[in-house]
Design a protein around this ligand. Sequence first.
Ligand SMILES: NC(=O)c1ccc[n+]([C@@H]2O[C@H](COP(=O)([O-])OP(=O)(O)OC[C@H]3O[C@@H](n4cnc5c(N)ncnc54)[C@H](O)[C@@H]3O)[C@@H](O)[C@H]2O)c1
Length: 344
Amino acid sequence: MKKFKAIHVGCGGIADSWFTVTKNHPNIEWVGIVDLDVEVAKAKARQFGLPVGLATSDLEKCLRESGADLVFDCTVPSAHKHIVLSAVGKGCHVLGEKPLAESMADAREMVKAAQEAGVTYGVMQNRRWQPNGIQRVRAALDSGMIGQAHTFHSDFFIGAHFGGFRDEMKHVLLFDMAIHSFDQIRYLTDAPPVKVWAQDWNPPGSWYADGASAVAFFEHEDQIRSSYRGSWCAEGLSTSWQCQWRILGTKGSLMWDGEDGIEVEQLCGTEGLVRDCVSIPVPEVDANATPSGHEAGILNFLQSLCEGTQPATPAYDNFHSLAMVHGAIASAESGESVCLSSLG
Ligand SMILES: NC(=O)c1ccc[n+]([C@@H]2O[C@H](COP(=O)([O-])OP(=O)(O)OC[C@H]3O[C@@H](n4cnc5c(N)ncnc54)[C@H](O)[C@@H]3O)[C@@H](O)[C@H]2O)c1
């Protein structure tokens, strides 16, 4: 059984979703639990029954002295570059929280550093891992149920009162949340996005400093189009965190509520103003048989390390989801559409 000497960095809100999976994992030997505030790190160790003596605020020392070869990065986005460069510089594999980086230049530097160090660097995209949701949608599209899928519309509306780093963040919805939806679009389409037009704004009554609402429209290769409408200042009638989706194909449409509700209507008529369609059931999967969310992402990463393969969401590929985010932000700032190739 392979064992990795692991350091967890960043012991805030999302860390619980990680420790629940990692705390007793047989491939992990704990050598550090790090937070800027050592008391926060100690509290997290206590909460998950790990040795409090592993808690520290000094990542560099921990990396130097512990012999670590694996780092889980759950810090705020502005810290990701520093954590990843430090970790891969010491030969550690990294699985880090989204969004990968604050800029495309930073992302490029981080991905290159990991490649040069010969380590595996993955990004958590937990919303790809939903056996009865997005993975079922993907299977339905692959089966040709609606013909060739060509248009993907997603809606995200949740009034989310986090407090903390998001309150002051520029372009908060596009940067910290839409990365999930844009990555889902890439997972569902397989057609690389090439161009984006976007706007974001802060609606009246917003409790965020900037960009709590947004719309974005993408052109992809192969005549595919996708759209996103979202807000973190939408009180009432919440959508799922995975968005609500309507996908159009040449032979029908698919609607997904972002959870396990998927409806398909398939074209069967050949005449009339509006042609007849028939409802087709989408096969269920045994949701208990496969892990989902963070658990699935972390287990997939550990398995990839054990087998010497790439994880499902390596940073070099996630770079292209991040380009959708930074392209949308560049478009929102300039008022012009942006070719994603211009971002590098
Ligand atoms: N995948 C998801 O569904 C999901 C959900 C929530 C948050 N996130 C992401 O997880 C990350 C953390 O979010 P959160 O909500 O837990 O934030 P948070 O503010 O609750 O916690 C972040 C923690 O990191 C610590 N920290 C910051 N800089 C550090 C540094 N340089 N070294 C060590 N510790 C440092 C802070 O002290 C804090 O305890 C963000 O990137 C966020 O976008 C992902």
